[in-house]
Write a protein that binds this ligand. Structure first.
Ligand SMILES: Cc1cc2nc3c(=O)[nH]c(=O)nc-3n(C[C@H](O)[C@H](O)[C@H](O)COP(=O)(O)OP(=O)(O)OC[C@H]3O[C@@H](n4cnc5c(N)ncnc54)[C@H](O)[C@@H]3O)c2cc1C
Ligand SMILES: *[C@@H]1O[C@H](CO)[C@@H](O)[C@H](O)[C@H]1NC(C)=O
Ligand SMILES: *[C@@H]1O[C@H](CO)[C@@H](O)[C@H](O)[C@H]1NC(C)=O
Ligand SMILES: *[C@@H]1O[C@H](CO)[C@@H](O)[C@H](O)[C@H]1NC(C)=O
Ligand SMILES: *[C@@H]1O[C@H](CO)[C@@H](O)[C@H](O)[C@H]1NC(C)=O
Length: 508
């Protein structure tokens, strides 16, 4: 609502109330509508932080969220195969993902600890396993358990196995492993600066500014490989183990940016967790708690700046008037029409084909004698002839049946699957427009798309794409919006932008 409309309304109310005095009502504060496109972790976090940082504005700020799917969560989604439910998209959280940790507490969600079973890893080059750790299955543990009847035997056994596997890794890759750990820890420490309080942490108007402040920007200007070579890592480690990890986490090679690379390596360490029943519940819970009007099955097809407000039109033929609009989805493969047009750097999304199979792997494909000899996680090196990035066991049902997850850059055809599996009871394929295709140097889209009140959370995805980076970007966008739009209405003293200039309050 524009100021002139508001004045007119106020005048009208004053006129009406001449004879009957009105109790104090919020009608003398202009009401505001914030529209958010996308109900993933980014969009839901924006609504959460708006409410958290500006509780006083709740009665006269409407938040609308539009989601084209029939469910919330976006790239956090589950898949059900033969009666069992697994994460289909974003699956793991790092112990230092503090927003996710807080959401879990706030929403009373249950943490699913990392699996006890020490997963065996094999690095497959298309002909043989160039590296393999030893394997111990829950069956072996259960068997040992039955005979020894010692408390904590499972922990002991898996501890010894993991210790032994650490030695195997050290023998092959040497002290480069420690250098890799230092590289990752340094990036994680810098990222933790985004959890500092308002007093010491500015509000950022651009991704570049945000990354420079934490010291992470330089990592986006060079490739992971260049960074690791400079850090003194051996080519063997880079071409094998590290390549395996970047292929699993981002479907890409070590030519990706150093920052996305560091994030993907952090996603291979210890203490990783997820949410029992599905990570999507974070988005659902935040929306439920944030006094939001949620429009499911409603895709926004145009965003027009008309006079003092934004007009969002949906494929349902509805038209919504918003004072502030937030894009909380990657724009790269969408054709939302913006008027006036916006300009963002071209960005390609990496498609990751996720194939779920309930059945049994064929040892013959891997040149092995028995299925039990196949590692629980088969990673691959960079080779254009390799048809998949990884195959992992999600659940072992019995000796004849497991559920597997395959990541690949191309769809997995039936004939190919038939050569890899000896039995296949059910197969589910998902083609994800998964994350940006990373390269160095990265060029970032703006957080503020039009210099006014149209915001873009997923500009930050060029730094790295994770649930937590979406939260961090959304938190900054909420503060940015509060300082730029709401600044003159209700200004919590801490919400002042870090730099002047762009922050004009043209609509107030
Ligand atoms: C296979 C895979 C594995 C991953 N693994 C991990 C992992 O282990 N850990 C991790 O942290 N991250 C992981 N990620 C990345 C993580 O999923 C994303 O970074 C994060 O979920 C992005 O959240 P978002 O809210 O920004 O976007 P999204 O989740 O994509 O949400 C955007 C929403 O907007 C909706 N939308 C789009 N256009 C419109 C429109 N025009 N109108 C209305 N609604 C619209 C979409 O339907 C979607 O629901 C993985 C991703 C994939 C694909
Ligand atoms: C998590 O919640 C605690 C307690 O409310 C708060 O002190 C802390 O700042 C929160 N962390 C983040 C990253 O928001
Ligand atoms: C980033 O790179 C620039 C230019 O090479 C350098 O001056 C700066 O010190 C670097 N910053 C960090 C945090 O390493
Ligand atoms: C929404 O929140 C209320 C309490 O605030 C809770 O009772 C309800 O179960 C929640 N619903 C969902 C779907 O999370
Ligand atoms: C949006 O819908 C309104 C009302 O139907 C219409 O007047 C307007 O032209 C539409 N805008 C766009 C960009 O399609």
């Amino acid at each position: 609502m524009s100021i002139s409309q508001t004045l007119l309304l106020l005048f009208f109310f004053t006129f009406l109330s001449l004879s009957q005095p009105q109790p104090q009502s919020p009608s003398d504060v202009p009401s505001t509508t914030v529209c958010i496109i996308g109900a993933g972790i980014g969009g839901s976090s924006v609504s959460h932080f708006l409410r958290k940082y500006s509780p006083d504005s709740t009665p006269f700020t409407k938040i609308l969220i539009f989601e084209r799917n029939p469910v919330v969560g976006g790239r956090m989604a589950t898949v059900t195969i033969a009666g069992d439910t697994f994460e289909a998209g974003a699956s793991i959280l790092h112990p230092k993902n503090l927003h996710a940790v807080n959401y879990t507490k706030l929403l009373n969600l249950k943490v699913k600890p990392p699996s006890l079973e020490s997963n065996s890893l094999g690095i497959w080059n298309g002909k043989k396993f160039v590296f393999k750790t030893v394997k111990i299955s829950s069956y072996d543990i259960a068997l040992i358990d039955r005979f020894l009847k010692l408390p904590f035997i499972e922990y002991l056994v898996s501890y010894i196995v993991s210790l032994y596997n650490s030695v195997l890794l050290l023998v092959r890759y040497g002290f480069s492993l420690l250098k890799m750990q230092n590289f990752v820890e340094s990036a994680v420490d810098k990222f933790s600066k985004y959890y500092e309080g308002d007093e010491s942490r500015p509000i950022f108007e651009s991704v570049d500014e945000m990354l420079k402040w934490s010291g992470l920007y330089n990592l986006t200007t060079r490739s992971l490989k260049d960074e690791l070579v400079d850090a003194g890592l051996s080519p063997l480690l880079i071409n094998e183990l590290i390549t395996v990890i970047t292929r699993i986490n981002y479907g890409q090679s070590v030519h990706m940016s150093g920052l996305a690379g560091a994030v993907s390596l952090a996603g291979s360490g210890g203490g990783l967790w997820s949410i029992e029943g599905g990570n999507w519940q974070m988005a659902a819970g935040l929306i439920n708690q944030s006094d939001v009007v949620l429009h499911l099955n409603e895709e926004i097809k145009s965003v027009a700046h008309v006079g003092d407000y934004y007009e969002l039109n949906s494929t349902k033929g509805n038209s919504y008037t918003c004072d502030v609009a937030v894009v909380a989805t990657p724009l790269d493969e969408l054709n939302i029409q913006f008027n006036p047009p916006i300009s963002i750097p071209e960005r390609k999304l990496q498609h990751t084909y996720t194939t779920f199979v309930r059945g049994l792997l064929d040892p013959v494909y891997f040149g092995l004698k028995a299925e039990s000899k196949i590692p629980e996680l088969v990673g691959t090196i960079e080779d254009p002839d390799l048809p998949f990035s990884s195959i992992s066991v999600l659940k072992k049902h019995n000796e004849k049946e497991s559920t597997y997850k395959i990541f690949s850059r191309q769809p997995m055809a039936d004939t190919l699957l038939d050569s890899i599996f000896s039995a296949r009871k059910e197969t589910i394929r998902i083609n994800w427009a998964a994350y940006p295709h990373y390269h160095a140097p990265e060029i970032f889209a703006p957080f503020i798309l039009d210099g006014r009140h149209l915001y873009y959370v997923n500009a930050f995805e060029n730094a790295a794409s994770t649930m937590e980076t979406s939260c961090v970007a959304a938190e900054n966008i909420a503060r940015l919006m509060l300082s730029r739009y709401f600044g003159q209405v209700i200004l919590p003293s801490s919400l002042t932008p870090s730099s002047q200039g762009e922050g004009e309050h043209s609509d107030l």
